[in-house]
Design a protein around this ligand. Structure first.
Ligand SMILES: Cc1ncc(COP(=O)(O)O)c(C=O)c1O
Length: 339
């Protein structure tokens, strides 16, 4: 049976796959089982921060693989604390809970907000019910799956002041927008607001599954022993991959992300067939006159992989994509939109 037939037979059919079997890749170039090459503008949905099989990342992950693979959270390990320290120092937050995915990072954040609002206080529960009060405000600053829509700075500042006024926990979901994707380490850093909790995953591991719930001053001690846990959370291999990613996202690298973003905007603006462009950094949504699926399929034929968000084309290229490859794909996309 072919890979496609085996997948259809044995893998639960929750995913509508494109008719491509990816065999290998290097940087922003992926190769299918027939040897056809594609330039990847999707990064495994914002995961492969430095593209496929990045050498420096592989080196750090391999070194860790040869040292210590998994211990559980019953013991202290170095990569876990090193990553937590870097994340706290870079965000001015206080503590980190590690998990394996964005959903779990968010689960931990929501639980922290609930714990902050009403532990063991029945009167407060009654008040919450009476006044329809909530425990926190949770937002995604550039709504990825929602169509790559940016929340405005003024709106964010007002949300922050409402959170302060009512003592709510301000949670920013940086699962997709985090780890340099928007040209800052985290997207909230564009606006100067200060969240109480930041959740992240996807690009943090650069291709390995890791989620992080970064807790600020207000909730840093909300959890105690036994309150929450994850078997693989803080796994040394995933932390080694994430340390490599975070350490390389310095100011110069992030400036390059913004320059590449400008290339996308400059190349695609005024394109016949494109009605709007939205997004920040290398997280871009493109509204087209033609149906998005038609454009995605034409891109595949032409060796370019792009994503979809609602009715838009979504671009999430590796952050270190070579400028020539980026420009090449944009010219192809432009031509397809103009046809
Ligand atoms: C903003 C946001 N939050 C949470 C998630 C869930 O992440 P995961 O699939 O790693 O559980 C996603 C996934 O696309 C996301 O984009």
């Amino acid at each position: 049976m072919s890979i496609k037939q085996l997948d259809n037979t044995y893998v639960s059919n929750t995913y509508k796959r494109f008719p491509i079997c990816i065999k290998e890749g290097k940087g922003s170039i992926l190769k299918d089982d027939k040897g056809k090459e594609y330039i990847d503008l999707g990064s495994g949905i914002a995961v492969n921060t430095f593209g496929m099989c990045d050498e420096k990342w592989i080196e750090d992950v391999t070194n860790q693989l040869n040292k210590l693979t998994h211990t559980s959270n019953l013991y202290y390990t170095e990569p876990c604390v090193e990553l937590a320290k870097i994340l706290c120092e870079k965000t001015d937050m206080k503590k980190v809970f590690f998990s394996n995915s964005g959903a779990e990072a968010n689960e931990c954040a929501i639980k922290a907000a609930r714990k902050y609002a009403s532990p063991n206080n029945i009167e407060e529960i009654e008040n919450i019910l009476k006044n329809n009060k909530c425990a926190g405000i949770m937002i995604e600053i550039v709504q990825g799956e929602g169509g790559v829509n940016c929340l405005e700075e003024e709106y964010l500042k007002k949300l922050e002041s409402i959170a302060h006024k009512y003592d709510l926990v301000l949670i920013i979901d940086e699962v997709q927008t985090g780890n340099g994707r928007t040209g800052k380490l985290f997207s909230y850093m564009h606006s100067g607001i200060m969240p109480d909790i930041v959740t992240t995953a996807k690009g943090l591991g650069g291709g390995l599954p890791i989620g992080a719930t970064i807790l600020g001053d207000k909730v840093k001690d909300i959890y105690t022993y036994g309150d929450h846990g994850s078997t693989f959370g803080g796994n040394p291999i995933c932390c080694a991959g994430a340390i490599n990613v975070i350490k390389r996202l310095d100011a110069d690298f992030l400036k390059e992300v913004l320059k590449k973003s400008k290339i996308i905007y400059d190349t695609l603006k005024n394109t016949k067939g494109i009605t709007s462009i939205s997004g920040l950094g290398l997280m871009i949504g493109i509204e087209t006159k033609k149906d998005a699926d038609e454009i995605i399929n034409r891109c595949i034929e032409n060796g370019v992989l792009v994503l979809k968000a609602k009715n838009k084309i979504r671009l999430l290229p590796p952050l270190n994509i070579e400028k020539e490859n980026l420009i090449k794909t944009l010219e192809i996309l432009k031509k397809i939109c103009e046809e």
